[in-house]
Structure formats: C-alpha cells, structure tokens
Design a protein around this ligand. Structure first.
Ligand code: NDP
Ligand code: 2IT
Length: 443
C-alpha cells in the first residue's frame, strides 16, 4: 500500500467515530497520493502523520446561567492543528451539531486553506455545541463570556487568532472580544471579524461570499464564459450566502434561490438581497418570511433546493448538504459550475460525479478562503494600528482570489489533471505547509 493510503488507514483506526474528519482526510490524502509518492522525503519525515495529528486539542466545560436561573453546561473546543506557517487561525462554530469530529475536519481543511491564501497563517478551529438560536441577548453574552474565560489562556495575537463561523457573527465576536480584553488586560488583534469601531476590517463581513464569487468569475473568464445572465442557486442564508448572492448580482448573474435549515425559497425574478438582510441580519428570522415581502416567491419546506435548474450552484450552508443524488440532478439540469462557499458541503460521492462529468468544481479550501484572507488582513491592520479603506481591502481580496485560482489551476495542469481543482488545491496547499515542516525539523 502507498504511504498516503497507509497513513489514511492508520489515522482512521486511531480516531474512530469521527466520520467528518475521516471524510476530509480521505479526500486530501487520496488526491495527494501520487505527488507524495514522487517525493520520498515526506515519508521519511513523517509529514502526513504529522499533518493529520493536531498539535494540540483543548476541550473544556462551559457553564452558564440561563434566563430561568438554571445552570447550563456546554462543551467548548479549540483544535490547534498546525502552526508551521503562522499562528493558528480559524473560526469558532456555535451549533448543536458541533463535535470533536466536526472541529477536527474544519481545522484540517483550514490548514490547507490558509496556506492557499499565500498569507502567514497556520490552521485551527473551535466552537461549542451551544445553540445561539432562540437565546436571549443576555444568555448569548453569558455563554460567550464563560467560553472565553477558559479559551483566553490558549490564544494570543501571535499564537492563535479565532474568528466567526456558523452561529458566530459580529454580536458573538463582540462579547468574546470584550471578555478577552478584560481577562488579558490587552487590546490586540487576537480575534478577527471585530466590529469596525474596535479594530475590525472593512470587507470582512462580505469577504467569504465576495471572495467565492471573485474566484468563480475568474474561472469562468478563463473558460471563455462569464457570470452575466447566469442562473445561480445559493444554499444557506447566513453570512456567506448573503454576500455571495449580493456579489453574483453585482456581476450580472441572477440568484433565484436561498435556504435555511427549515426550507428554501424560489424567486424567479431574482432574490431581493435587501429583504434577506432585513430578515436574517436584523430580525434573526426564518427564510420562510421572505414570501411575506415578495408574494410571487415560493417557499418549500425541507431540502430540495438542488432540484431547481441552474447554471451555477454555490452551496453556502454546511457540511454534506449536497449528496450524490443532488449532484445527479444538477448535472442533468446542465449545471456548469459548483463553488463551495461552505466547508465540505459536497459529499465524496457528489464530488466524484462533478469531476467525472466535467462540472467546474471548486473545493471550499480554495473557494471560501476569502474570509480568512481578509481576517489575515485585519491582523495586519491591527498590528500596524491602521485601517485600510473599503476599496483597498476589496482590491486585495480580489487579487488574493485570482492568485488562488492561478495557483490551483497551474498545479492541476502540472500534474496532468487540468481543471481538477480538488487535486490542484490539495497539492498547492500542502506543498507550502510540508516545505515549512521539513525545514523546521521534527516538531
Ligand atoms: P451562518 O451561521 O451565518 O449561516 C449558516 C447558514 O447555513 C444558515 O442559513 C443556516 O440555517 C444554514 N445551516 C447551518 N447548519 C445547517 C444544517 N445543519 N442544515 C441546513 N442548513 C444549515 O454561517 P456562515 O454563513 O458563516 O457559514 C456557512 C458555511 O460557510 C459554513 O460551512 C462555514 O464553515 C463556512 N465558512 C464561513 C466563513 C465565514 O467567514 N463566516 C469562511 C469560510 C467558510 P439556520 O439558520 O436554519 O441554521
Ligand atoms: O472557515 C473559515 O475559513 C472561517 N470560518 C473563517 C476563519 C477566519 O479566521 O476568518
């Protein structure tokens, strides 16, 4: 058996009951296999074994008091995966489904994603099984303060820099940052995604969604096509989905559907983004409410968003939201492009189908890297004690996404797999981290 497959089997055995982590390492190690075989120095140095084992895993108790006066307890996680090329960097997810497996898959993906940005950031991820939905403002604050009371001793602007992810937006980041500052007695860029009044960067809110569409736009142009008049489906209706949809419309495409975990809306005239922002960002409501504003829109309960005919599909909700049967429908309907705004939204089976059927498929570690890239720009602005303009950050974001596209497309071509951006992204992301690990010796 090859080195990569040996490591894959061993890591699966050593980490049972972690299906999402197994899925992420299977995709990466399978596509790295020929490349790693051609470079025996990686095996000698145990690079893949080290890549798959987090440098540190922190699991902690998070007690807090709910509005009825009862003590609640959640689990807190921070997986500090790899610091070969910079401080651990990656978001915090608050969602009832959060488990060690999910945080490890996200941390593992983050290592390669952060490498692809070209910026000096290592990879990490954290979160909790706490559900912010339906909680009062006071409960969310109490939870965030308790979470940070443990986390603060493990992070730092040069050590580990968290940010948001599912269930962690500007409100939660504010409460987390306030508590960090109080405990550490230090005002630093230790968290990104901060509000603009206390060190946040312009464009960070928009970055993941905008970045995704910048990359897709670049890819389409290189294939003699464009976003103009394309019909686009975006799943989810959170931070990534909203700004992906907004940028598609700026660039001449039409977004006809959005979803949340209850169901999806279809608006043949094109989704009105201002309405979605009001429902989701201001009222924290459900996507169903869209039909109250736009009478012609249709709401369908449950999953099924991928049955709508489209040219471009942008899954921007969560892992494994697009499976093999969804992929078959999309392919049958003539879908040209799938760009992952979420982390691992496409199952292994669906990914394989897209690649076999020549759908231009861009994996999340490349396509959604704009968020963490602007987080790294926020870190730079914080250390320089400056703030760049909207135009400056937007321009840098666009350049970063074009560079990522060039990098993954070139690497895919070099290994004889033109337009296989899964292979391109995995090898390109891996090369930089592996090189840094080799040079730093056995650490
Ligand atoms: P938000 O919390 O803002 O939005 C999440 C959206 O996905 C909501 O519409 C939510 O619906 C839906 N969703 C979440 N879980 C499920 C589920 N189990 N089933 C169906 N729908 C679900 O998160 P973000 O927009 O920030 O994150 C979305 C994805 O993008 C995640 O995979 C995240 O890891 C990834 N990502 C985020 C980045 C960022 O900068 N924020 C950067 C790179 C990637 P509901 O309200 O019903 O729960
Ligand atoms: O998955 C991701 O890249 C994020 N949630 C953003 C991480 C960050 O540090 O901005």
């Amino acid at each position: 058996m090859s080195y990569a497959m040996n490591v894959l089997e061993k890591v699966k055995r050593q980490n049972p009951n972690e299906p999402e982590f197994h899925q992420a390492i299977t995709e990466v190690l399978t596509s790295l296999q020929p490349f790693v075989d051609a470079h025996p120095e990686y095996e000698r140095a145990g690079i893949l074994e080290r890549l798959c084992e987090p440098e540190r895993v922190i699991i902690f108790r998070v007690p807090w008091v709910d509005d009825s006066g009862k003590v609640q307890v959640n689990k807190g996680y921070r997986v500090q995966f790899n610091s070969a090329i910079g401080p651990y960097k990656g978001g915090l997810r608050f969602h009832p489904s959060v488990s060690l497996s999910i945080i490890k898959f996200l941390g593992f993906e983050q290592v390669l994603k952060n490498s692809l940005t070209g910026l000096p950031i290592g990879g990490g991820k954290g979160g909790s099984d706490f559900d912010p939905k339906g909680k009062s403002e006071r409960e969310v604050m109490a939870f965030c303060q308790s979470f940070m009371t443990e986390l603060f001793r493990h992070i730092g602007e040069n050590t580990d820099v968290p940010a948001g992810d599912i269930g962690v937006g500007e409100r939660e980041i504010g409460f987390l940052y306030g508590q960090y500052k109080r405990l550490a007695n230090s005002f630093s860029g230790v968290i990104t995604g901060k509000g603009l009044s206390y060190g946040g960067s312009l464009i960070r809110t928009e970055a993941t969604g905008y970045g995704l569409v910048y990359l897709v736009d670049e890819m389409l142009r290189r294939h003699g096509n464009s976003l103009e008049r394309k019909t686009v489906i975006v799943s989810g209706s959170g931070n990534v989905a909203i700004y992906a949809a907004e940028k598609v419309q700026h660039l001449g495409g039409k977004v006809v559907a959005l979803s949340d975990s209850n169901g999806f809306i279809f608006d043949a005239d094109g989704i009105d983004i201002a309405v979605v922002k009001e429902i989701k960002e201001l009222k924290r409501g459900r996507i169903l409410e869209y039909t109250k504003y736009r009478r012609k829109a249709v709401y369908t309960e449950g999953r099924g968003i991928w049955n709508i005919k489209c040219d471009i599909a942008l899954p921007c909700a969560t892992q494994n939201e697009l499976n093999g049967s969804d992929a078959k429908v999309l392919i049958k309907n003539g879908c040209l492009v799938v760009g992952e705004g979420a982390n691992m939204p496409t199952t292994l089976e669906a990914t394989k189908l897209f690649l076999q059927n020549k759908v231009l498929f861009v994996p999340g570690k490349a396509a959604n890297a704009g968020g963490v890239a602007v987080s790294a720009l926020e870190m730079s602005q914080n250390s320089m004690r400056t703030a760049w303009t909207f135009e400056e950050v937007d321009k840098k974001l666009r350049e970063i996404m074009v560079n990522i596209y060039n990098n993954i497309a070139n690497v895919a071509k070099e290994v004889g797999q033109e337009d296989n951006f899964v292979v391109g992204a995995n090898i390109a992301g891996f090369k930089k981290v592996a090189d840094a690990m080799l040079k730093q010796g056995m650490v």
